[in-house]
Design a protein around this ligand. Structure first.
Ligand code: 2M8
Length: 445
């Protein structure tokens, strides 16, 4: 009973974090480090709001989709005009107005992020206290969500494989994951030829060893420069971009959102056949092309090098989320998760799950996406495990989501051994997904 009281207090604290990060029509990811609206952050944040504030959950996504490009792309960042100057890169650097697709009257970046929005929208419908209001809202969202998914299959999967590619590490959301090392090292950057720029992320109180390196930033900037030179034309970028990867996390999220769009479409009385076909096509492509039996996981595929990327991160387990793994693959994943590489259940010396194999050559317990535990990937994994009936494992991931927050607060990421909170504090998706997870526990009792 004390534990429940404790959980309720923490849920209230989490709501306070979201209130503190509310910027009028959406929620920024964190007070200082990320002062604008971010694409997939808002999806996760909407999942949190869906548990207690339906209008705000709807508004979070509506605001994001006001920035949708004419070709359907949903930008990675929607800039808050009142907060300009606090982040790099901002609109002056992106110059997204070079694209005929960029919206007018709203400032955005020129790349996208994993499409969690179908998932979030379905969550809003399922949890709605006012179902009619949710259905009305979804009637407005339906064509936008469909346009986003069509953009991916049209522009990012020109060979109709069922797997979409990403063209910048920032698009995956797992910016400096060791998975991107090889494709990033495959091209050189002439520093003298790079547009001048200054990082701002190192001036926000987060130690540099917890953030990407300067060399990585040079590559990030090189890619943005390439995109803007091509006026964000997808075909031209496809021909020249040295970084093009089919990522299992990105495609698993797309696959799950496809499924959720089908459910939403049915509730709205829409024709869902196109999305149903995409759902099974992406599932089969994940299972057929990206599975790596020796790894017991799904790999990313480097389209430029024409081969899989031989690195094990949590992304390799995410196709559980969209039911892409067959029974043997799911069992192999389970065993891999239950090995010392990813922190087994009941092992008191670690928290599940490190974003990267504990024994990986470049494992780094406090560096961003190169080792720490993240609440969003844990939450996605927990949902995937549940779909395959791995309930005990799902419960242990849930327990660690709660325990990390209980001990360390609403940090951006956490040390997989000690649990120490890293990155920025008062991080919105940690708070939002904590609410979703804690409510599941509280409602069960
Ligand atoms: C991080 O990425 C941004 C660039 O998008 C950055 O480092 O400046 C990532 O963790 C990403 O997944 C997240 O969406 C973003 C805002 O929380 O921060």
């Amino acid at each position: 009973m004390d534990k429940n009281k404790d959980l309720l207090t923490l849920v209230e604290a989490a709501k306070g974090v979201l209130d503190g990060n509310w910027i009028g029509a959406s929620t920024k990811p964190a007070p200082a480090l990320y002062p604008h609206q971010w694409n997939w952050d808002s999806g996760f944040i909407a999942v949190g709001y869906a548990n207690y504030n339906q209008p705000r959950a709807q508004q979070e996504l509506s605001t994001l989709f006001k920035a949708q490009w004419a070709n359907g792309m949903l930008p990675q960042i929607v800039f808050n005009p009142d907060a300009l100057g606090g982040y790099f890169p901002e609109p002056d650097f992106w110059q997204s107005e070079r694209s005929p697709n960029a919206p007018s009257g709203v400032l955005t970046s020129g790349i996208t992020m994993p499409p969690v929005h179908g998932m979030a929208a379905r969550r809003i419908l399922e949890k709605a206290s006012d179902r009619k209001a949710a259905i009305d809202w979804l009637h407005g969202m339906w064509p936008k969500l469909l346009a986003l998914h069509r953009y991916f299959y049209r522009e990012r999967d020109p060979n109709n494989e069922g797997l979409v590619w990403i063209r910048h590490p920032w698009e995956t959301g797992l910016d400096n994951s060791p998975t991107w090392d090889t494709p990033l090292q495959s091209f050189q950057v002439d520093k003298a030829a790079l547009p001048p720029y200054q990082r701002k992320d190192l001036k926000k109180g987060v130690p540099p060893e917890q953030r990407p390196s300067d060399d990585e930033y040079d590559k990030y900037v090189f890619l943005v420069d390439l995109f803007r030179r091509h006026a964000y034309d997808e075909q031209a970028i496809f021909e020249e971009c040295p970084f093009l990867v089919q990522d299992p996390l990105f495609n698993a999220i797309l696959g799950k959102s496809n499924e959720d769009l089908v459910e939403i479409g049915r509730a709205l009385g829409q024709d869902t056949r196109e999305v149903e076909e995409r759902t099974s096509q992406t599932r089969q492509a994940l299972s057929g092309k990206l599975w790596h039996a020796e790894h017991s996981a799904f790999d990313a595929f480097d389209l430029r090098a024409g081969r899989k990327i031989d690195v094990q991160t949590s992304s390799g387990f995410m196709p559980l989320l969209c039911k892409a793994a067959d029974d043997d693959q799911a069992r192999a994943i389970y065993e891999q998760l239950e090995s010392a590489s990813f922190c087994k259940m009941h092992d008191k010396s670690c928290f599940s799950i490190p974003n990267y194999d504990f024994y990986g050559a470049d494992f780094d317990a406090d560096n961003y996406w190169r080792g720490p535990v993240w609440i969003n990937t844990n939450w996605l994994l927990m949902n995937g495990l549940q779909r395959y009936g791995f309930h005990e494992k799902a419960a242990s991931v849930r327990k660690d989501i709660i325990e990390l927050v209980r001990q360390w607060g609403f940090h951006e990421y956490f040390d997989p051994y000690q649990g120490t909170g890293y990155g920025t504090d008062n991080f919105s998706w940690t708070a939002a997904l904590f609410i979703d997870t804690a409510m599941e526990v509280l409602l069960k009792k």
